[in-house]
Write a protein that binds this ligand. Structure first.
Ligand code: COA
Length: 145
């Protein structure tokens, strides 16, 4: 298995993976999300792959103050083998190399498995409330992350 930057030919497999991992919501268009990421720090959009088989993804980004993580996913059939940890280590290395001092990330309410995973990797719950405001309506829904 190799962790490398996303390539356009990965798109169908990546979207299928996100669907299998229940990461896609009606208000997030995955093709558009990929298109936007390819315009901003594309090297920080990572996939775990063996040949063309995509087993995991993580989308990282640094905006000059904090690093952010999105679309962390490992195929349901490949979990608990360390792939998620390796993806996060690669994302953390890329962010650190860019000068990023701290990572923030959001976990949806009820995703206790993801919380347990991040805690194993040394992440803690910050005393903050997460706010959001949509600037572009990708479809009729307007209120989620
Ligand atoms: C969260 C996710 C990426 C973890 O991927 P993974 O490859 O199974 O994780 P790893 O095998 O690297 O596990 C790393 C550590 O977390 C622990 N861990 C992973 N999943 C866990 C779970 N569901 N419950 C408790 N601990 C868990 C592992 O036991 C391991 O601990 P250890 O290294 O101390 O032994 C994967 O479950 C997933 O894709 N979930 C669906 C998508 C999702 O919720 N993404 C996060 C959005 S915020």
């Amino acid at each position: 298995m190799l962790i490398r930057s996303f390539q356009p030919s990965d798109e169908p497999a990546v979207i299928a993976l996100w669907q299998a991992c229940d990461l896609i919501r009606p208000w997030n268009n995955p093709q558009l999300d990929i298109q936007r990421k390819l315009a901003v720090q594309p090297a920080m959009f990572l996939v775990a792959a063996a040949d063309q088989r995509v087993m995991g993804t993580v989308m990282a980004g640094y905006e000059g103050h904090r690093g952010w993580i999105n679309y962390l996913a490992v195929s349901p059939t490949e979990r608990l083998q360390g792939i998620g940890r390796q993806l996060m280590q690669a994302a953390e290395s890329a962010l650190k190399a860019a000068g990023c001092p701290k990572i923030n990330l959001q976990v949806r309410d009820g995703n206790d498995a993801a919380l347990a995973f991040y805690e194993r990797l040394g992440y803690g719950v910050d005393p903050v409330v997460s706010l959001g405001k949509r600037l572009l309506a990708d479809d009729s829904h307007t209120a989620d992350v």
